[in-house]
Design a protein around this ligand. Structure first.
Ligand code: ZN
Length: 363
């Protein structure tokens, strides 16, 4: 109780100081001693060392490399074109800047690539993905189904999905020199996506968002990874949101977000632009730290794209740097948050599930 009270104290302090919404049920329902609340002034993030046995939040940042140009399968996709060296090089520079920025803060990203980026990297002799792998970043697959299977992708058989996923994975491996690709994002509206992915050798998934509405059902939000019973067509979430011990894929929820448009809100100027988005990320991260449970696997992550949040040319990506310095670094230094890759989140969850047979990891 004392451990959770210490954590609760700092988090409630932060939330009340910033006038943020209270965290969800288990933490918010605990009482805070009145005199400690009154005697403290505002703090940005909790900085005291948590006691041994406190909950840790596994934290990571993913990057989606989008299909821009003609994909390996011959479909046209996106507004840009990696086949134009200037465009490709600019994307590579942005990827390098952001990953080096994260690495300088002790983090490793999960870089998710697909064709035609991989095709162009191979053809031009670019070492970008190999360099990222050498720096400890996880190399993974981002799979836009329309760009690799066409507009009718949801109606195609599992075998075809498996073959094309394998084709894309082979390109990621060739471009990066990485032998094992485990994580993917994409294929969100295909009911059999998990079967296809397992067939292609993949085992870790997240970043579920309905590409038509750009929203994420809050049934898929939370802190604890699980093994989905099946896929979804976007409306029926009864299989994907349920854990079955025999599931072959581990799904990583993104953390405690309370708005269903968290995955797309950064693109909306009406939502307040980059600053507002990172303020919302901060609130969600702090709420997740507050609600993390000792003895369970707790995860939080978010996604960036190569040129996203570039901001002013004088201080490119300053909004990311600010978030890392002011929010993430103190949480890592104090032990509440630990940098990991996405497959490392899945490994932690698999180990927990093995040690707790018969327990539902979600609840
Ligand atoms: Zn994408």
């Amino acid at each position: 109780m004392k451990k959770s009270c210490t954590l609760l104290f700092f988090v409630v302090l932060v939330l009340s100081a910033c006038n943020l919404p209270a965290p969800t049920a288990p933490v918010a329902s605990k009482a805070l001693p009145a005199e400690t609340e009154a005697s403290q002034t505002a703090t940005q993030v909790p900085t005291a060392m948590p006691e041994t046995g406190s909950a840790v939040l596994l934290f990571g940042i993913g990057m989606h490399i989008e299909p821009q140009g003609t994909t390996h399968q011959g479909f046209q996709s996106g507004k840009g074109d990696y086949a134009q060296p200037e465009y490709f090089n600019r994307q590579v520079n942005d990827i390098t800047t952001v990953t080096e920025m994260v690495a300088a803060h002790g983090g490793r990203m999960t870089i998710q690539a697909q064709s035609p980026f991989t095709d162009v990297a191979i053809a031009s002799g670019s070492h970008i993905l190999a360099d990222l792998a050498a720096d400890g970043h996880e190399i993974a697959l981002h799979f836009h189904e329309d760009a690799h299977l066409g507009k009718n992708s949801s109606a195609l058989p599992v075998e075809q999905w498996c073959d094309v996923m394998k084709e894309e994975i082979a390109l990621v491996k060739q471009a990066s020199g990485v032998e094992s690709i485990r994580y993917w994002s994409g294929g969100n509206l295909y009911l059999d996506v998990f079967e296809a992915a397992v067939c292609a050798g993949l085992s870790v998934n997240s970043d579920w968002k309905n590409p038509k509405t750009q929203t994420t059902d809050l049934a898929l939000v939370g802190l604890h990874p699980w093994r989905p019973a099946g896929g979804t067509d976007g409306t029926d979430l009864s299989q994907i949101a349920v854990h079955i011990p025999s599931g072959l894929v581990i799904f990583l929820p993104e953390g405690l977000y309370d708005q269903n448009n968290f995955a797309s809100m950064r693109r909306s100027e009406a939502a307040g632009g980059d600053e507002a988005y990172f303020e919302y990320l901060k609130q969600s991260l702090l709420a997740s730290v507050a609600a993390a449970e000792p003895g369970k696997v707790n995860v939080f992550h978010f996604t960036v794209h190569p040129a996203e949040f570039r901001g002013s040319p004088q201080q490119p990506f300053a909004v990311i740097e600010k978030f890392l310095s002011e929010v993430v670094d103190p949480l890592v230094a104090s032990g509440y948050v630990q940098w990991v890759t996405f497959s490392e989140m899945a490994d932690a969850s698999a180990a927990w599930q093995q040690a707790h047979p018969g327990l539902d990891p979600i609840h």
